[in-house]
Design a protein. Structure first.
Length: 829
């Protein structure tokens, strides 16, 4: 008897077992249980052995075998092998697969004019297709998904029931006869209410969609986890129109192309990046843009990179494979407007059978269907309401999306891929940790919201939920919590949240608690664990790397996190384990004039840093571009704020440090999106420059701190700013200054780590000696140059350095850290 746990349901596992067993002449059966798959097999000893090996090595691509236990039982003399009725168990512990791009077999059918699913936009099988986004509750069964609306035709039903078929029990299985359909609605912006009434179904929604895009229109396209807004990426007018309607000034748009060859014309793509682009998860990959790529500059203005993805569903493939496009060459330069309607219906595959379909080399902007920072629209009515001011037309379909899930974003850093935004394709696959956890609901942070639920060894990190500063995101947040709790069947015992008193997520945590917060007892008997932001960052990195509960040096660099002393932290070196931490070193705090306003206006941070280093930071002292760009009055006002400490919270933030440098060299004085100044500062770096500025390290006055004065160090970038100001006045190239600044940061951090290690080696410690572990976490480690150089520098010193990969280094990964810290904190409490 073989019992298997993991992601083994809804991924074609039983048909695989059936085929394998039959192929080896084994008898017995396989069945789904509440917590996995159970197999009974009998046959010759060597066949049984190789059967077990095959299960381990050849299982379907979407399956994840977490646990496999084998118990010998006496033979039952069964004849033949069968797939038995599922056994419902009280304790549901099976895992739901994420939404997966079409597999090769489905794509082959999709492109085959003789196949009955030729160009069917909802083709899928047990190895691919939608999962997480369509599931309403468990067990995973068609009736519990949004596919319940569609009754299978005879042919589909036969596939579904045939254990040998690759669509055996593929819950979203459908075809053009019985499954979901597309609808195209043209929209008149002048009078949306009226056009809603007059909008009719088009005979070829795909052709109309493509024609609308080609003619400079914006089309809202319903995808896997929500709507995209699409337009022609080569058409500056269209892209600019999209920017102004979406209220998105400069933040880069992601683009979609039909294949890797087209992608190569736009970007430099390494082997690993190609793998990532073509992976079943199909994330947006941040790639280095080629010089003058054939797309509009408005797609990613002033940015050296481009976020690019390949089609993630059959519907998206159609945007590039549609027969209309394939015929276009034959028709010469024909404007789609002039094409006679109806064009060849897709599902019949008429018109272009003789041609071997080849991808059109078109490039579409594919940005999330929302206005600026709101959550992405995912329901038809909601989308029409919210996006009708942006889109000229809608490509809808009648398969409901139950869960909104954005596109994931990945980037190569220091030679390996890192997930920056974890969503479609990755969620809800759990991270399996070495230790067992109680049932924790961790709420994350407010920017880049994401929650985490734990059970046993598994930590389920939710999809990106948007910025909780936005009110629409509040609902998305609460919905996601309830949905995850339901489909994972987890009733939390502990609620973990950030220390920030003003976070929406923190207030949410306390709202779940009845009575006085100090009783720490929630309605369902749950307790609250309040976790410091940067401790959670480091714990998240430790957990992802499967580190034991032993002290590490944690470098946490980000924009902001609430500190234990009530100030804003963000340039922190901690000595931490899962249970606790000590703030070993930090950047010297500086005033943040205007609080949150400083994050949006980097020039304020420049004034703050400058008034620190030069007695009176006045424009006469500094011949900088920065001062020319900002009017004198504003500068004086901020100078006064800094001097008097008025509305100036103190911060050790690394993000604000980047802001200050970017503003002083005149690169960017105002951010139009989060982190823009820092991103631009990284992009201009002269990679051959290895110079470095001065910086200070000092022990702050011990009497003002509660910590062990021996190990609390301050890194003071005052001398760095003196040097930068000097170089700006000498008109040294910005690329040189940026590189030297990055190098300074690396050097300051590395030397501080060495000092900490030295101090620790004087006391009893597990961190001492070569091979001490260092974890890097926080949003600043999305900076590839900083991460790469710091990692190398630390490794050269003999440290073992750990970074993120599947969990975002930014606040999107914090919930995992909160969950593991809460686990360890409450364990002995
Ligand atoms: Zn498939
Ligand atoms: Zn059918
Ligand atoms: Fe953070």
């Amino acid at each position: 008897m073989i019992s298997i746990k993991g992601t083994v349901q809804g991924v074609g596992f039983r048909p695989f077992i059936y085929r394998t067993a039959v192929g080896m002449g084994l008898a017995g059966h396989v069945l789904n249980t509440g917590d996995g798959v159970l197999i009974e097999a009998e046959g010759r000893e060597e066949n049984l052995q190789s059967f077990i090996e095959r299960i381990k090595s050849d299982h379907p691509p979407l399956a994840r075998v977490q646990e496999m236990s084998i118990d010998p039982i006496s033979p039952r003399s069964t004849i033949g092998f069968s797939i038995a009725e599922s056994k419902a168990s009280l304790q549901a512990d099976t895992q739901i697969s994420p939404d997966i791009a079409p597999c090769n077999e489905c794509i082959a059918e999709f492109l085959d004019p003789k196949d009955r699913r030729h160009l069917y936009p909802f083709i899928n099988c047990t190895n691919c297709g939608p999962r997480y986004t369509i599931i309403e509750s468990l067990p995973y069964d068609r009736a519990k998904t949004t596919m319940k609306e569609f009754t299978m035709c005879d042919e589909c039903a036969a596939e579904y029931k045939n254990p040998a078929d690759r669509r055996f029990h593929a819950q979203p299985d459908a075809c053009a006869e019985c499954g979901p359909r597309l609808e195209f609605h043209r929209w008149s912006l002048a009078c949306p209410e009226q056009s809603r009434r007059v909008a009719g179904r088009s005979s070829d929604p795909l052709a109309d969609t493509i024609a609308a895009i080609e003619n400079g229109g914006i089309v809202a396209i319903k995808g896997v986890g929500g709507f995209h807004l699409a337009c022609d990426a080569t058409n500056t007018e269209a892209v600019t129109k999209l920017r102004s309607r979406k209220k998105r000034d400069e933040k880069p748009f992601a683009i979609m192309v039909g294949d890797i060859e087209t992608a190569r014309k736009l970007c430099y793509i390494s082997e690993i990046e190609e793998e990532l682009l073509e992976s079943p998860q199909r994330p947006i990959v941040i790639l280095k843009k080629r010089d003058n790529p054939p797309i509009s500059d408005a797609v990613a203005p002033g940015n050296r990179n481009l976020g690019l993805m390949l089609p993630s569903s059959p519907l998206h493939y159609l945007l590039f494979e549609h027969p209309l496009l394939l015929c276009k060459e034959g028709l010469g330069e024909v404007d789609h407007k002039d094409l006679p309607h109806p064009v060849p219906p897709l599902t019949k595959g008429r018109g272009c059978e003789s041609r071997v379909p080849h991808p059109a080399s078109r490039v579409f902007v594919m940005t999330s269907g929302n206005i600026s920072d709101e959550p992405i629209a995912y329901e038809n009515d909601e989308a029409v309401k919210r996006l009708s001011g942006i889109a000229d037309a809608f490509l809808l379909h009648n398969r409901d999306i139950r869960r909104r899930v954005d596109d994931s974003i990945a980037r190569m850093i220091s030679g390996s891929p890192i997930i920056i935004r974890r969503a479609r394709g990755y969620v809800p696959t759990p991270l399996r940790l070495a230790f067992k956890m109680p049932r924790v609901l961790a709420l994350g942070a407010d920017l880049k919201g994401a929650i985490c639920l734990t059970k046993g060894h598994n930590a389920f990190l939710s999809q990106h939920l948007g910025d909780l500063e936005n009110e629409l995101a509040h609902c998305a947040f609460e919905d996601a919590i309830e949905h995850m709790k339901r489909i994972l069947d987890i009733r939390p015992e502990i609620i973990a949240c950030d220390m920030h008193p003003d976070y929406f997520s923190t207030r949410y945590a306390y709202s779940r608690v009845t009575g006085h917060p100090s009783t720490l007892l929630g309605a369902g008997g749950s307790r609250i664990a309040v976790i410091q932001h940067h401790h959670a960052h480091i714990a998240s990195c430790m957990a992802e790397n499967d580190l034991p509960n032993e002290e590490v040096i944690g470098i946490a660099l980000d924009g902001m996190g609430y500190g234990t002393d009530g100030t804003i932290w963000g340039g922190e070196i901690l000595i931490a384990d899962y249970k606790g931490f000590k703030r070993a070193a930090h950047f010297r705090p500086v005033p943040m004039p205007g609080g949150d306003a400083a994050a949006k206006e980097p020039w304020r941070m420049a004034v703050s840093y400058l008034s620190r280093v030069t007695r009176h930071a006045s424009r006469e002292n500094l011949n900088s571009t920065f001062f020319r760009n900002i009017d004198n009055k504003s500068i004086q006002l901020v100078e006064q704020m800094v001097e008097k400490g008025f509305n100036c919270p103190m911060t050790s933030s690394c993000g604000r440090l980047f802001d200050a440098v970017a503003a002083i060299i005149g690169l960017r004085t105002v951010n139009t999106f989060e982190g823009q100044a820092a991103i631009e500062l990284e992009q201009i770096v002269d990679e051959n420059e290895d110079g470095c500025y001065e910086f200070g390290t000092r022990d702050p006055r011990p009497e003002t701190r509660n910590y062990d004065s021996k190990t609390l160090l301050e890194i003071d970038f005052g001398p760095t700013f003196v040097a930068i100001v000097e170089e700006v006045s000498q008109e040294i190239a910005h690329s040189t200054i940026s590189a030297r600044f990055h190098n300074t940061l690396v050097e300051a951090l590395a030397r501080t780590c060495l000092t900490i290690q030295f101090h620790k080696s004087l006391s009893v410690s597990r961190v001492s000696g070569p091979g001490s572990r260092i974890c890097l976490s926080g949003g600043c480690f999305q900076n590839a140059l900083l991460t790469t150089r710091l990692k190398k520098r630390l490794e050269d010193e003999g440290f073992k350095v750990y970074t993120h990969s599947l969990v975002p280094p930014n606040d999107g990964g914090i919930a995992l850290g909160q969950a593991v810290v809460a686990t360890h904190k409450t364990r002995e409490a």
